[in-house]
Design a protein around this ligand. Structure first.
Ligand code: UDX
Length: 447
């Protein structure tokens, strides 16, 4: 079987190397010449756990990367994983997806076989059906008789994308017709037998499948905003720590413990953009997205909250030396897209603060946005030497060594705000004995 993957971002490339490592013949197509050349030279264009090893064992063997759509002519199955960004007004920019469909129409217009196109790009309900129509008009092929079309969402988390491909919580197939649904079910069953996992496979309409993705991401965002709201309440009650409260809440099997970690809020390439698109989509349906809007608002307010704490502690921030620890949208990645930490940096700069930044992985990406407006620090020692205040903005394990550094050295920093709650509460009093004030979001212990 020959599989095509269009769009070699973290989703497309993760599927490509995993399929290729299981013996499928995979062709990855991307319009970015530089990216294709890096991949062909066994270099991943981004950091993803396990990617390097899989790329090295598959490229040039079962996996080829190219800019040429023509290589897909004899493909049986094509996954489309290009980007569909959400515009400022919440509408979806489908230019890349439409362009991929146009190319595929040209590639398959004379096909003697019946290939299947599976859209994996997160798109709003109704889009897959519209893309199938566009394909049919351009290629002259009848859908579904001569060409299969389906939507199958991905639920990959950056940092564990390969593991998520191998072991998904569920596989959703939203096919336009029964034959396509059956072929895809068979394909995924066989693939997961090879892999040794056994995820539930659910077949539904394309519109339902499209909505599953938005509903899932909105629900995850809602849990995080819920946790952050409870964190705010805890801060007002002496003797209260949100960690203990939510741990107990999460033990209820009806609730569960995942995505209840309070902090600076959610970021990344999916949750914020999908919620924004869902809000607009709901409004377009003449419904009122009050719940989704509240989730979004709570998330935005997390940054304002930290700024308020700083102003309460320091007054005017102009000229104050503030270090932001962590810029990636979450630990384990160099991705800074829609990162709350980065938004915090920009806010601090607006307020006239002198900002130092540190991140174990994301400094190169951050430089592209922040340029020379901030100072980049490579070690934690330097952070504590230069900055009056340090804010832990991404929960890297690396920052757990702060208490040790504080014990060993004389430092300049007088205040640490742990917005990601990674410092051990037991260590706070020891740091405070050294004259360092530590504020942990969601905690009112020892105030
Ligand atoms: C997410 C979804 O999990 C995935 O299914 C979808 O396909 C793409 O979007 P990802 O963007 O990689 O994946 O990030 P995720 O690990 O879900 O975290 C999202 C954000 O929420 C991060 O900024 C993270 O720090 C934050 N988060 C997560 C919390 O603040 N608290 C939590 O309890 C969990």
């Amino acid at each position: 079987m020959k599989i095509g993957i269009i769009g070699l971002g973290f989703v497309g490339l993760s599927y490509a190397v995993v399929f290729a490592s299981k013996g499928y013949n995979v062709v990855g197509v991307d319009i970015d010449v530089k990216k294709v050349s890096m991949i062909s030279n066994r270099v991943s264009p981004f950091y993803e756990d396990g990617m390097k090893e899989l790329l090295e064992t598959t490229i040039g063997k079962t996996f080829t990367a190219t800019t040429n759509y023509d290589s897909l002519r004899d493909a049986d199955l094509v996954f489309v994983t290009v980007n569909a960004p959400t515009r400022e007004d919440g509408s979806q920019d489908l230019l890349q997806l439409e362009s991929a469909i146009r190319e595929l129409a040209w590639v398959f217009c004379n096909a003697a076989h019946r290939p299947i196109i599976v859209i994996k790009t997160t798109v709003l309900p109704g889009t897959t059906r519209r893309m199938a129509k566009l394909f049919s008009e351009l290629s002259g092929k009848k859908v579904p008789e001569e060409m299969g079309f389906a939507f199958s969402p991905e639920f990959l988390r950056e940092g564990c994308a390969i593991r998520d491909v191998l072991n998904p919580s569920r596989v959703i197939i939203g096919a336009l017709d029964e034959d396509t649904a059956e072929s895809l079910t068979k394909f995924f069953r066989e693939f997961y037998i090879k892999v040794g996992s056994n995820p539930p496979i659910l077949v539904m309409s394309p519109e339902e499948a499209e909505l599953v993705k938005y509903a899932s991401n909105a629900f995850l965002a809602m849990r995080i905003s819920f946790a952050n709201s409870i964190a705010d309440v805890c801060e007002e009650i002496p003797g209260c720590d949100v960690g203990r409260v939510l741990e107990a809440v999460g033990l209820d099997p009806r609730i569960g413990k995942e995505y209840l970690k309070p902090g600076l809020g959610y970021g990344g390439s999916c949750l914020p953009k999908d919620l924004k698109a869902l809000i607009r989509f709901t409004e377009d349906l003449r419904l009122s997205p009050i719940l989704f809007k509240a989730v979004q608002r709570i998330n935005e307010d997390r940054i304002e909250k930290v700024i308020k704490i700083l102003e309460r502690e320091l007054g005017d921030l102009r000229g104050k030396k503030v270090a932001v620890l962590g810029l990636a949208f979450k630990p384990g990645t160099d991705d800074i897209r829609d990162s709350q930490a980065l938004k915090l940096v920009l806010k601090l700069l607006n307020k006239g603060a002198r900002v130092y930044v540190h991140d174990p992985m994301a400094l190169t990406n951050a430089k592209r946005i922040l340029g020379n407006r901030v100072e980049y620090l490579k070690s934690l020692d330097k952070v504590l030497e230069y900055a009056d205040i340090a804010i832990i903005a991404t929960g890297w394990d690396h920052y757990k060594q702060i208490p040790l550094l504080v014990e060993r050295k004389d430092i300049r920093t007088k205040l640490i705000i742990d917005s990601r709650r990674i410092l051990c509460l037991d260590e706070l009093s020891r740091m405070q004995n050294k004259g360092l004030k530590v504020i942990v979001l969601g905690t009112n212990l020892g105030k």
